[in-house]
Design a binder for this molecule. Structure first.
Ligand SMILES: Nc1ncnc2c1ncn2[C@@H]1O[C@H](COP(=O)(O)OP(=O)(O)OP(=O)(O)O)[C@@H](O)[C@H]1O
Ligand SMILES: [Mg+2]
Length: 287
């Protein structure tokens, strides 16, 4: 746990994601100002912070999609901004990502979307491709019949699951998710949380997810990293982070005590439901 000026959280396991001295500037705007972050294998880390605090940009910089102004980003030992094309392609096969906007290819059906990384990065025989796609759909909680649907024919929850199936296409070791439950109704969102927790706990995936969803944080994230002022404001368990005396953190977590107009309680669940925790994530209703 780190408050202001404290040492950043250092995972015991070798770091899967390592960010050091990251600086990001857009013109005169400084988004990241010497940010340090380290994530160990098997962790499930939630990244929170105010709108515009630089969460999505940080994710893109970690993924090697957007070049930071300065600093170092290493994923699975590869320096994302120094490595050659071959090394980058190799490390990209080992992580999956799901973007804030879902970003399915609208011209391809769901099976085509899930197959894309397999076709791009792996030499999969056509006969095996359909089976692999179906396995990924099942893992993401979708029935095989959903493969034939076009993205426009899917509900919001199904779109998220299809995007997750695509992120899982290459059996990644690390999963990056940007707002995986945004726009979902609470029941669908909680089912999605269970699925992410299952991937982390039972399949051993390391997960870094950006989220605004307080229920997600309080139910599945074991470590919460708060971005603010271009740096890590707080880093630790929910209880540790909630104890940090920062106005944004205090007002953010205060929301859990209120019941919004829609009637959705923001309280965390009483405790984990052991039956739910053991349940496989596969659902065919597209929730
Ligand atoms: N390509 C870009 N060019 C210029 N400014 C950018 C660019 N990308 C992001 N920004 C700015 O950087 C800041 C951080 O953006 P980012 O998308 O990371 O925010 P965020 O923390 O993900 O917010 P939200 O919670 O709303 O998704 C914002 O002020 C945004 O306008
Ligand atoms: Mg964002």
């Amino acid at each position: 746990m780190s408050g202001e000026g404290a040492a950043p959280h250092e995972p015991a396991a070798p770091a899967v994601v390592e960010v050091r001295g990251l600086v990001t500037r857009f013109g005169r705007q400084t988004v990241h100002d010497g940010l340090d972050l380290s994530i160990g294998r098997g962790e499930l880390v939630a990244l929170i912070g105010g709108s515009g605090s630089g969460k999505s940009v940080l994710l893109r910089e970690i993924l090697g999609l957007q070049r930071p102004t300065a600093g170092m980003v290493r994923v699975l030992g590869t320096d994302m901004w120094q490595a050659g094309a071959e090394e980058l392609a190799a490390v990209r096969r080992r992580f999956g990502m799901m973007f804030q906007e879902g970003a399915l290819f609208s011209s391809l059906d769901v099976a085509g979307n899930v197959a894309t990384p397999l076709l791009e990065h792996a030499d999969v025989p056509p006969a095996l491709l359909a089976r692999l796609v179906n396995l990924r759909l099942t893992l993401a909680g979708l029935g095989a019949e959903v493969g034939a649907k076009m993205p426009a024919q899917l509900s919001g929850g199904m779109k998220k699951r299809a995007a997750l199936a695509r992120a899982l296409a290459l059996e990644p070791e690390v999963l990056f998710l940007d707002e995986p439950t945004s726009g979902l109704d609470p029941i669908t969102a909680r089912a999605f949380d269970e699925l992410i927790a299952f991937l982390n706990r039972d399949l051993g995936l390391t997960v870094l997810m950006v989220t605004h969803d307080l229920d997600t944080l309080l139910s599945i994230a074991r470590r919460i990293v708060v971005l603010g002022g271009g740096r890590v404001l707080a880093d630790g368990s929910a209880d540790e982070v909630m104890a940090v005396q920062d106005p944004w953190i205090q007002s953010y977590f205060a929301a859990r005590h209120t019941v919004p107009q829609g009637g959705r309680r923001r309280d965390p669940p009483e405790g984990p439901n052991p039956d739910a925790a053991r349940m496989p994530p596969a659902r065919t209703d597209g929730a």
